[in-house]
Design a binder for this molecule. Structure first.
Ligand code: NDP
Length: 284
């Protein structure tokens, strides 16, 4: 189940702090490479592994890693809500999201954080140089990743934030937690997107994992639109559609690196620099 990736830095095995990313599927994850690069850069003695958890065995997997002495884990699709439920303590970001992507094992229990929002905002506003303030933003999806970025997107003061999801009530539940009544946030289905245009369209669904297209009209991409797919490592049908509609297209590799830097910083107390790691993995 554990796929060890990391070449330990030149120290005895017992000196190495073990971390992992847990998900299903997990083979595509670039997190081991990224955290290894951070560790080298900041001289931290850690190893970082990929762990495939059975769909009905997330909690058992986490408890087993804890017993094996792991110091922390990243959590990815589809376990972020289960991770929230499992944690004894939550950071403010995790509470706002109701979802956890970063876990730290401590003698006082399991701590849950959510760094997805910080990662996405840093990538869009800093790396892609696209301010969110005043923009019409469409968020596709209402799963763990979308929950993690919804409140941080609102905090950027877009003109409006529409959440469209296949299962409407999940989008409605998310929008009902909006903290800022001044920003128009609306939940809808994909079909409701007809005749609507957006400056930033963010795909936070996992449809791309199985190469599935979303039933959204190409008219959602306004002129000079940024189409952002949280997926990375492949051209998804969403990206193909957005490119054909004239949008600027970005994948989620930059977000992955930025959210990983936040997680690493929470675990190790030192924040790695991300630009060189982005160049290494081809996100720039
Ligand atoms: P979840 O399983 O929690 O949520 C999946 C979401 O996708 C739900 O909204 C679901 O809709 C929707 N969905 C799945 N399949 C389809 C489909 N065929 N058509 C339409 N909607 C669909 O996953 P996460 O939220 O954790 O992750 C979502 C994606 O974001 C993944 O691809 C993940 O890899 C990526 N991600 C990338 C990050 C990065 O750093 N770049 C960070 C976090 C996530 P419904 O509610 O109806 O089931």
């Amino acid at each position: 189940m554990v796929d060890t990736y990391v070449e330990p830095l030149a120290v005895a095995a017992h000196d190495i702090d073990r971390y992992a990313v847990v998900g299903n599927p997990i083979a595509h994850s670039k997190s081991p490479f990224i955290h290894t690069a951070f560790a080298k850069q900041t001289q931290q003695n850690i190893s970082y592994e990929r762990v495939l958890a059975p769909l009905d065995g997330f909690e058992a997997t986490i408890r087993s890693l804890m017993q094996q002495g792991f110091k922390g884990v990243n959590v990815t699709v589809p376990f972020k809500f289960e991770a929230y439920a499992l944690c004894d303590h939550h950071t403010e970001q995790a509470k706002l999201a109701g979802a956890v992507n970063t876990i730290k094992f401590t003698e006082h229990g399991i701590w849950g954080d959510n760094t997805d929002g910080d990662g996405l905002i840093a990538d869009i506003t800093h790396n892609l140089n696209t301010p969110i303030k005043g923009k019409r933003v469409l968020l596709l999806g209402a799963g763990g990743a979308a929950e993690g970025v919804f409140q941080p997107l609102l905090a950027q003061h877009p003109a409006k934030l529409v959440v469209a999801n296949r299962t409407l009530d999940k989008a409605e539940k998310m929008v009902s937690k909006s903290f800022d009544a001044a920003i128009k946030s609306v939940a809808c289905t994909f079909e409701d997107l007809k005749n609507q245009q957006f400056d930033i369209v963010i795909n936070a669904t996992s449809a791309g994992l199985s190469d599935m297209a979303l039933p959204i009209p190409s008219s959602v991409f306004a002129e000079n639109c940024l189409a952002y797919d949280m997926m990375y490592g492949r051209e998804t049908p969403f990206m193909v559609q957005a490119r054909a509609s004239g949008a600027q297209v970005a994948d989620g590799l930059g977000m992955l690196i930025e959210q990983a830097a936040e997680a690493f910083s929470g675990w190790r107390g030192v924040r790695p620099e991300t630009k060189s790691v982005m160049e290494m993995v081809g996100a720039l």
